[in-house]
Design a protein around this ligand. Structure first.
Ligand code: HEC
Length: 143
């Protein structure tokens, strides 16, 4: 994947985090899963800003970001288990119609985040793999 494509992909993935307000979401399960996704988005921003060269490469910070995504991804099946929603939620009902497939997509994210970033050249392929995993789930299960 070319870097420009990658940068655009990251932009579309994390854009909703800034634009989307969580205030007024009454159901705690909905709020919790939205917060978890927002945190995943924030980690992706850390990696994206390094991939774009806006921030200097820092192996420790990049590794911490992928580790945090791996940990969050492991929680995703539990966070989305309850078929609950809210007017502000972007979760599609198809999650609970195809919950098995949804959990496979969460596992795929965890696998992509199970990466070692020791040099700058490790960054782009990892970010590309993560981005593909986000998109694979969002395209089916997120509005
Ligand atoms: C297994 C499916 C799945 C994967 C994988 C996934 N997401 Fe999500 N994501 C969702 C769903 C579903 C929502 C909508 C949740 C809601 O609004 O209730 C969401 C919402 C979001 C939001 C909006 C959060 C908010 O503020 O409400 C962001 C940002 C986000 N995801 C980023 C990412 C990024 C970045 C990745 C990859 C590193 C990723 N997601 C991977 C399913 C997934």
């Amino acid at each position: 994947m070319r870097l420009t494509t990658l940068v655009i992909l990251i932009g579309t993935l994390v854009a909703s985090a800034a634009a989307f307000a969580h205030s007024g979401v009454a159901n705690p399960a909905v709020l919790q899963r939205m917060e978890a996704m927002k945190q995943i988005g924030d980690q992706m921003k850390v990696l994206g800003s390094m991939a774009k060269g806006q921030v200097a490469f820092d192996a420790g910070a990049a590794q911490a970001a992928v580790d945090a995504i791996a940990a969050q991804a492991a929680q995703v099946p539990d966070l989305f288990r309850e078929p609950v929603t809210d007017p502000k939620s972007e979760a599609l009902p198809s999650i609970w119609e195809s919950y098995g497939d949804f959990t496979l997509k969460a596992e795929a994210l965890q696998v992509a985040a199970n990466a070692q970033i020791s040099a700058e050249r490790d960054l782009a392929p990892t970010v590309a793999a993560l981005g593909a995993a986000c998109k694979a789930c969002h395209s089916h299960y997120k509005d």
